[in-house]
Design a protein around this ligand. Structure first.
Ligand code: PRX
Length: 649
């Protein structure tokens, strides 16, 4: 468990412990205390009210069917089109000239897309996909940087009932291939290359490598983003500008069942094989839309919203694409890194567009802190009226800095806890209601129920750390793991099978005042800059190197990234330890197999690994070594002497 945010950190500071919303903010907030009252009175009626914020082609007959638990059906028999709700609906309501997306390219090119234009683009893409022979239920892999066409592609899939699988463009060809194969994607949508820190880097070669003899892939659709030279496979590869841009901008959205699969998103579990998390349509959009409206206090036509995530992660799905667009947002989409061409970039963008809601990750806040406040101070950030944080616990110091320096000292911060699996925010302050405590995600949202329990499933009182469970189904919950429902049941539902609770994999506690603190993962999943990476995945990449016999990986605390990856490897007989050369090769192997984001911070060659008598690697002890702590109880070890050997290195 990481301990980045802990109640005891707070007590030591001579600063306010709790930050109520200003009376002005509270008076104008979308969400007031009545929301919780309504949910408490009748939870399902409450969710039906939230679903009614959307356009349904046909209304549901029942709000929830939980008879086939743990596979829920929400808004049973309801018919809905997600893209219609995110685009057409706003155009039909006379808001077609509103800017949906202020696109800011990394090299400085910009493009504004109104809802009218977005509708035309999505319709063109939908017509193209139909011409390619794709029909509802087919899978499409999306491997693209943060450009408008990526969002258009997701919406076009949603419009046609095609299930998309977005693969983060920072993942390797190997990672893309395994995801394409697992979902049996027929189409891959990508770019020629992407901009990264002023350089055009080809991306299509990774796709070429990934789809070479992939049985399912019929076409590769390529957006020309950088103009870099790429190889071309006639008959398989198509340019976006030759197809989508020439297609008809007219397309009528058809309704799909509320439980139609909207997307698959792969995330790390505790084994080496990523899990394809399946989300469906009606319940997902309901909770995405509800949370975006209430947690971010989004005011249509007034706010300029910016979520800095990438569409390769769930935050990009729910809080760049589906939640915000369902609410008629005007948002910034930025292609590049925060320090390109220099550290002022985010603040220039906030100033330029008058961003009023800014949602980012604690690791970026800590990076800004390192760069120094003179950078944000050089800009007028007075448009900001709400800040959000996601992905990992935010330490109180970073929380206060965020509020003071970026928020001008008087805006609410919403620390939002959720997961790829939960689909949307579950635990967060309501910005006009909650007195927020720095570092605490505060409370389950109205309509959501969470408990903190011990191993036996006893609900723990205030002040006691335990496991976070969700004891009631929620609309945007995952419906399974693609192709592996057994793994779905085992991973999330087996631990508290008697009670029928979802086990989130996080430790948490309620403090003496009843505020909820998420303490970090309790399993072998690491959190690096808010990215989820499993120890097993990195270990399996390391043993893929011909010189490595065995590997053990742990997440050690890191000041900026939350956790850093630390690996211990045993070499095969006869393999020479060439020092930096070998370590460099091993790091490259992990980058190639998974992604540069999974590259270990430190790799140590060791003669042996600490194991229990049953042969299990004692990661807790390796973590202690990696963090330079005193070793605790080593009595269950086979050979305590291995530590001297490891430390002697
Ligand atoms: O450990 C929790 C942490 O991120 C995990 C989920 O990761 P992922 O599925 O990649 O989704 C990240 C974006 C929603 C959780 O199990 N986490 C996420 N948000 C918070 C958090 N930990 C503490 N506080 C948060 N606000």
């Amino acid at each position: 468990m990481t301990s980045a945010a802990h109640p005891s950190d707070v007590a030591e500071h001579d600063v306010p412990q709790s930050y109520p919303p200003s009376p002005e903010f509270a008076a104008a907030a979308n969400a007031g205390p009545e929301l919780q009252q309504a949910a408490d009175q009748d939870r399902l009626a409450f969710w039906a009210d939230q679903a009614s914020r959307l356009h349904w082609h046909e209304k549901w007959t029942d709000v929830l069917d939980w008879t086939d638990a743990p596979v829920a059906k929400w808004f049973v028999n309801g018919k809905i089109n997600v893209a219609y709700n995110c685009v057409d609906r706003h155009v039909l309501a006379g808001k077609g000239d509103r800017v949906a997306i202020h696109f800011e390219g990394e090299p400085g090119d910009t493009r504004d897309l109104t809802y009218n234009e977005l509708l035309a683009e999505v319709s063109r893409a939908a017509n193209t996909f139909t011409d390619l022979g794709l029909v509802a239920g087919d899978r499409v892999a999306i491997y693209m940087p943060m450009i408008p066409e990526a969002i258009v592609t997701m919406l076009a899939c949603a419009r046609l009932g095609l299930t998309h699988s977005v693969v983060f463009a920072g993942f390797s060809a190997t990672a893309l291939r395994s995801r394409v194969d697992d979902a049996e994607a027929k189409l891959v949508v990508t770019v020629d290359g992407q901009w990264r820190r002023g350089q055009a880097a080809a991306l299509k070669p990774a796709v070429d490598e990934a789809v070479a003899d992939a049985a399912s892939v019929q076409k590769v659709l390529v957006v020309k983003r950088t103009g870099v030279d790429v190889d071309w496979t006639d008959g398989r590869d198509l340019w976006w500008h030759d197809t989508v841009e020439k297609a008809s901008p007219e397309h009528e959205a058809q309704p799909f069942d509320a439980e139609h699969p909207l997307f698959i998103l792969y995330t790390s579990g505790t084994t080496g094989k990523p899990k394809g998390i399946v989300h469906t349509t009606g319940g997902y959009l309901t909770q995405a839309s509800y949370t975006h409206h209430n947690v971010f206090d989004h005011k249509e036509g007034q706010d300029v919203y910016w979520c800095t995530a990438d569409i390769g992660w769930v935050t990009g799905h729910t809080y760049i694409v589906y939640g915000p667009l369902s609410n008629g947002v005007t948002q910034v989409v930025y292609e590049g890194t925060p320090n390109s061409p220099n550290e002022h970039r985010h603040f220039e963008i906030i100033e330029k567009y008058g961003v009023s809601i800014y949602y980012t990750a604690p690791t970026l806040v800590r990076t800004f802190m390192k760069w120094g406040r003179q950078i944000p101070d050089a800009h007028d950030l007075s448009s900001i009226r709400l800040l959000g944080s996601v992905g990992e616990p935010i330490n109180p110091e970073a929380w206060r800095w965020f509020r003071d320096v970026i928020g001008g000292g008087n805006v609410p911060i919403v620390d939002t806890w959720w997961q790829t699996e939960t689909g949307a925010i579950m635990i967060s302050p309501l910005p006009g209601v909650t007195d927020a405590k720095p570092g605490s995600a505060m409370a389950p949202l109205p309509g959501i129920s969470a408990q903190i329990v011990d191993d036996a499933g006893e609900v723990l009182g205030n002040g006691k750390s335990g496991y976070l469970v969700l004891d009631q189904p929620w609309p945007s919950m995952l419906r399974g793991i693609w192709g592996d429902m057994q793994r779905y049941r085992e991973t999330y539902w087996a631990r508290y099978a008697d009670q029928g609770w979802y086990f989130a994999g996080d430790g948490a506690k309620y403090d003496e005042d009843g505020a909820l603190w998420v303490l970090g993962r309790v399993d072998d999943v690491m959190n690096i800059s808010g990215h989820r990476i499993s120890t097993a995945e990195v270990e399996s990449a390391l043993v893929g190197h011909h010189g490595v016999a065995e590997a053990a990986v742990v997440g050690a605390s890191d000041e900026t990234t939350g956790q850093g990856i630390v690996a211990f490897v045993i070499l095969r007989e006869g393999v020479e330890n060439t020092g930096d050369e070998l370590i460099g090769e091993l790091k490259a192997e992990v980058s190639r197999e998974i992604s540069p984001i999974a590259k270990p911070r430190q790799i140590t060659v060791v003669p042996e690994l600490p194991k229990t008598r049953s042969g299990k690697i004692m990661r807790r002890l390796l973590r202690d070594i990696a963090e330079g702590r005193d070793l605790g109880d080593t009595s269950t070890l086979v050979d305590p002497k291995v530590f001297d050997a490891i430390r002697g290195r």
